[in-house]
Design a protein around this ligand. Sequence first.
Ligand SMILES: Cc1cc2nc3c(=O)[nH]c(=O)nc-3n(C[C@H](O)[C@H](O)[C@H](O)COP(=O)(O)OP(=O)(O)OC[C@H]3O[C@@H](n4cnc5c(N)ncnc54)[C@H](O)[C@@H]3O)c2cc1C
Length: 374
Amino acid sequence: MARLGYSEEHQAFRHTVRSFLDREHEPQLARYEAQGGTDRDFWRKAGEAGILGLAVTGGGDFTFNAIMAEELGRTVGSATTGSSLMADIATYILSGHGTEAQKDKYIPGILTGEWTQAMPLTEPNAGSDATAITATALRDRDDYVINGEKYFISNGTGANLLYVVAKTDPAARGKGMSVIIVEEGTPGVTRHKIKTVGWGCGDTGALNFENVRVPVTNLVGTEGGAMKILMSTFLEDRIQIAARCLGAASTALALTLDYVRSRKVSGQRVIDFQNSQFALAECRADILICETMVDASLQKLRDGQFTFEDGAVLKLWSTQMEGRVLDKCVQLWGGAGLMDENPISRMWTAARIQRIYAGTDELQKVAIARGLMG
Ligand SMILES: Cc1cc2nc3c(=O)[nH]c(=O)nc-3n(C[C@H](O)[C@H](O)[C@H](O)COP(=O)(O)OP(=O)(O)OC[C@H]3O[C@@H](n4cnc5c(N)ncnc54)[C@H](O)[C@@H]3O)c2cc1C
């Protein structure tokens, strides 16, 4: 079935991303796993391929980001390298809210992969309730002095451009939170990787800020404006997560089809059991529904009609869909589905993360229920 809403330019971009990932991501996976993640070279090559800074190069058309997310999901390697390229969405923060000086300083390097970005918001004691963060950025003459801890941060140890969310006015809760740029190498920042289930060489970081001093010109947007900035890419983030789920579920089904065609049990191929065909048919139906939802969501976003509730439904449904499809696929692989040497096992564990980060299932249900209750 032809996909709706993609121009020739979008299709060419999909081809570029797919070739880049086939060339620079998949064959390098063993190396990334050995060294614990992607490296600067990967980002520089992504820059050379022209797939970074899409907020700028894509002219604000989020379909380019969604294509990148879907293609990334489609790679087996993204199950272990984690979000990596998806952090490019952070460029919208700078292009939408940064000062001219900030844009001049960072955007050229974001496009070439010299600057790589992370968004440290979550803390050990503040996840779902972001307004409960305790990190502070207090004014001292022409500087902010940042203190606090950040946890579970994607690209957390490798990124050299951090958009730290901290309280500039702790008494004002959500209205006292600001986004402040901290560059790699700023004294007082320490960070280390946290091992996660699923993203074997994903760069999920824990960061500590102790009397970190940055100039007030590093403020992005206005003081107290963090929630507004975070909300400005909120709907887009839902779509890119769904697109990634779509890519991953499609690859899982393709890998599983290959496997059940060759695996024989009691003298017959696993694909010849009617139960297997039904499970595969359910996966196919889920994937096609997700494809339709992603494409329709992009269309609604373009038309300015994609709502907060739409985003909650999309994230809830697509991440559950990915989990459901991966679970069915693993079952069809039998014991081989749990073996580390078979990518399907990694894709299965990686899928679990999607229902937790960027707003858990429960928070999506809270949002949908609020809509229902008016
Ligand atoms: C791999 C990974 C990468 C991440 N990357 C980033 C990143 O780049 N930047 C960043 O800032 N954060 C990041 N996060 C953090 C992520 O966004 C949080 O883990 C998530 O928001 C949930 O917060 P929590 O883990 O503190 O869970 P908690 O908030 O402690 O939630 C625990 C449980 O309580 C439930 N719950 C909470 N509130 C309600 C409610 N109102 N009603 C019903 N149930 C509720 C939750 O659904 C969950 O089941 C990442 C997390 C992971 C795992």
